[in-house]
Ligand binder design. Structure first.
Ligand code: C2G
Length: 153
């Protein structure tokens, strides 16, 4: 009997934390269904995504651990999804621990430890710091490189 696992997420700026989770979820069953949050649903979460839904869904669809991708457009779709896809296990990272325990009436509910040290929010912060390098700093760096080239050939 096929054991189906489902999870939900934005998966913006796909990173190793997302990959670790999907790999571990795939080990919990035979089929992994991933519901990717639509841009509209994220706006409702107060989340601005950098990568549009279609691209986030296409990336997740092409992760070897993922068997099917569906859109997440509402907080209320989980019960319907669990029944429609005959889900055995609902699983999320443990930043959501306890939030979806009501689903235990329909399937196993599992929260897995998050990957520490990486998050989309942190990536955005690093990116903005990186992009904020001033023109003067860049020119000064080129001068230093030029001087080193003269001194050391
Ligand atoms: N995650 C993780 N480790 C990280 C970052 C994220 O394990 N370093 C997990 C989260 O716990 C979540 C999944 O990766 O289970 C997707 O994370 P997000 O894209 O941030 O998803 P989120 O916006 O929390 O949406 O209905 C549930 C929501 O759609 C979840």
């Amino acid at each position: 009997m096929t054991r189906t696992v489902i999870t939900y997420g934005t998966f913006d700026m796909f990173h190793i934390g997302h990959l670790n989770l999907l790999r571990r979820l795939s080990e919990l069953g035979d089929r992994l269904v991933v519901a990717v949050s639509t841009d509209e649903f994220n706006a409702g979460k107060g989340k601005r995504t950098l990568i549009p839904f279609e691209q986030r869904a296409e990336i997740v669809r092409n992760i070897r651990y993922v068997d099917e991708v569906i859109p997440e457009s509402s907080w209320d779709q989980k019960v319907v999804d669990v029944q429609r896809y005959q889900v055995n296990t609902f699983a999320m990272g443990d930043d959501w621990a306890g939030e979806f325990d009501f689903l235990s009436a329909y399937c196993e509910v599992v929260y897995l430890p998050r990957t520490e040290g990486v998050s989309t929010t942190e990536l955005k912060r690093s990116l903005s710091r990186f992009c904020n390098v001033s023109r003067e700093d860049i020119l000064r760096a080129f001068d230093v490189i030029e001087q080193l080239r003269k001194d050391f050939g």
